[in-house]
Write a protein of this length. Sequence first.
Length: 312
Amino acid sequence: MKTLKLHYPVHTLNGKEIFAAGSVLTHETIQEARKTYPPTPATAQSLLKHRSVLNDLQDMIGQPPYNTVYSNKEDRSAVLTLMERSQVQPVVLDSLDYFHRYDINTYRHALMVFALSLLLTRHLTLPRRDLEQEILSAGPTHDIGKTCVPIAILRKSTPLTVNERRHLEHHTAAGFALLAWDNGDPHAPAPQIARDHHERSNGTGYPEGKRLNNILVEIIAACDIYDALISPRPYRSSSFDNRTALEELTDLAQKNCLNSKVLQTLIALNRCNRPRVDDCVISLEKRGTPPADNNYGITIDETAPVSPLQKK
Ligand SMILES: [Fe+2]
Ligand SMILES: [Fe+2]
């Protein structure tokens, strides 16, 4: 296992620090943390029977643009049936409760990325390993590391400072640490997805800048970006419309940031006439307009002198 260094502490939701800032995550340090701070032994519980999860999910699936993506009844019931099988650890349910209370966007995002990745897997025409089972075993955990990022950063509507962006991006390493600690196996799908879902096929992502070449994580990465674009976010006043979101993803696939087969599947699911995935032609025509006031990705240097004009 390649090593990853933490820049901020990683703690559980009840405040127990399980890894200090500066810790290097290896198989040994993870096992050591499990000995020092043993995860509470617990049995997995049903995700959909937890609080309002099933209702929230059905509600979101019924709203545009997901109502098009899930317009096929068979698809909808297949995804819900799969999700009914989803049994997750208390650490996952606790994270959902936390996001539901403090950051509703991340709560919705965790569920929708999970559901959409199962739907994509159903339609992906690739020689495949048991992706469905791997996604199910991970549950809605790709952003669980955001429980270690201050809420003020998650909710910030203006551009992040360099340090805030660093802390936000640290959710990948934190999620890996939390899930590997809880599960004991750093190679399980959940910690791998949490760590790598911001890596890109051309090596331009984070936390390690490695070339992503793992279809499981590539599915989550595409669903992650798509859902983030079409959903409300504090850093812009409106979401991307569906057409523009798909154009952004097409751009990313052309730059070799995203897997183009996964993108083709997502686009086929978004077409009303439902072409077969292999017959679906991706249009390169640009017709959408991104929101004008999108602060995503804009970082300010807090050490830079503020001009008198900016102070006003
Ligand atoms: Fe993320
Ligand atoms: Fe995400």
